[in-house]
Ligand binder design. Structure first.
Ligand SMILES: NC(=O)c1ccc[n+]([C@@H]2O[C@H](COP(=O)([O-])OP(=O)(O)OC[C@H]3O[C@@H](n4cnc5c(N)ncnc54)[C@H](O)[C@@H]3O)[C@@H](O)[C@H]2O)c1
Length: 319
């Protein structure tokens, strides 16, 4: 199958593409490459450095499915470059869909986010509950979902609302909770926890990648919105899990709290027959194995927020 992947050089895309190539798929990878390019050359891979706003007909020729990962993928950056966050997410997706339909692409799989729920007291946060996104990033994700829904009569679609992802990747992210705490424990022997009582859902990278592949299937029951998070944990619980594997101290800070607090229920996804295989302990152990010898030598781009804050004017042509 010919698949176009946007945001292909990111944390998820850098691992998803080799997995799809192994399955003999033909891939067109599109990314602005803000965090570099970790994709190795392959006869079935066309790797294009490009903004999704500039995708054209030729990029989509004979493409069967789009896996759409391109996004400003964190809350602080969304707050810093608000217009660009809206533009890339909403306008970019609208342009992509218009071209996809024109070129007879059959399906789009979109990485939304479970953070669209914002603050939720319900024990079972299912897909039919109302959304209360808090940050610009969450709001842009919600509206992008709605843009995709508005094209649902013309193209098959799966919207996945992934929990926070954990695990290693060639394009590593240490700005996501499990990875960040594991990094702190390894580097400093100490983790900083803001608040700690906020609950957040988690998903292991390998499970999310399997899920994108699972949803290459077509058919009515694979269309729709699906939560994808399997461990709803308080931030302090994550810190304690890290502490058990990497002996370290936990420093709790009571102010400056990121108040997002939600748990997701993924029964709808599980009812399709999809089964996750890993948990956050796997991710902590995998990070430990990969980084215990070189934790002082981590690529600066792994701290997405810091990296983008230093480089966004150049990337976004802001003077
Ligand atoms: N990592 C998580 O915990 C998580 C959780 C839920 C949802 N998501 C979503 O999954 C997707 C992938 O996230 P990730 O963790 O791989 O993040 P990432 O930042 O590593 O990857 C995103 C990639 O998209 C590229 N990009 C951004 N805007 C672009 C544009 N306009 N045109 C072309 N390329 C562009 C960036 O260069 C980057 O390589 C994102 O949409 C993110 O919002 C991530």
């Amino acid at each position: 199958m010919k698949i176009l992947i946007t945001g292909a050089c990111g944390y998820q895309g850098s691992l998803l593409i080799p997995k799809l190539l192994k399955k003999n798929h033909e891939i067109i990878a599109i990314d602005t490459q803000w965090f570099g390019n970790y994709l190795k050359k392959h006869k079935n891979l066309k790797n294009i450095k490009k903004n999704i706003l500039d995708i054209n007909k030729i990029d989509l020729k004979d493409v069967d499915t789009i896996i759409h990962l391109a996004s400003i993928a964190n809350d602080p950056m969304g707050d810093l470059v608000q217009n660009i966050t809206w533009e890339y997410s909403c306008l970019g997706t609208m342009k992509l869909l218009n071209l996809a339909i024109e070129q007879n692409v059959k399906k789009i799989i979109y990485a939304s986010s479970s953070s669209v729920y914002g603050l939720k007291k319900e024990k079972k946060v299912t897909e039919n509950l109302s959304l209360k996104p808090i940050s610009i990033y969450n709001k842009a994700k919600m509206i992008t979902e709605r843009i995709i829904l508005s094209y649902s009569d013309k193209i098959d679609f799966t919207i996945i609302r992934p929990a926070t992802v954990c695990g290693v990747s060639p394009r590593m992210r240490f700005d996501v909770s499990v990875n960040m705490m594991t990094y702190q424990a390894l580097k400093n022997g100490k983790m900083t926890v803001f608040g700690g009582n906020q609950t957040r859902p988690n998903i292991h990278m390998d499970d999310l990648l399997d899920l994108y592949i699972f949803f290459l299937k077509k058919g009515k029951k694979f269309n729709g919105i699906f939560n994808a998070g399997f461990e709803n944990l308080k931030i302090i619980e994550i810190a304690k899990r890290v502490q058990k594997i990497i002996p370290s101290k936990i420093n709790i800070i009571k102010n400056n709290i990121d108040i997002r607090d939600y748990r997701v229920d993924s029964s709808k996804l599980l009812s399709l027959g999809y089964k996750p295989k890993k948990n956050i302990n796997h991710a902590i152990n995998e990070i430990l194995i990969k980084y215990k010898k070189n934790i002082n030598n981590v690529d600066k781009k792994s701290f997405s927020i810091k990296w983008l804050k230093q480089n966004y004017k150049r990337y976004f042509n802001i003077t």
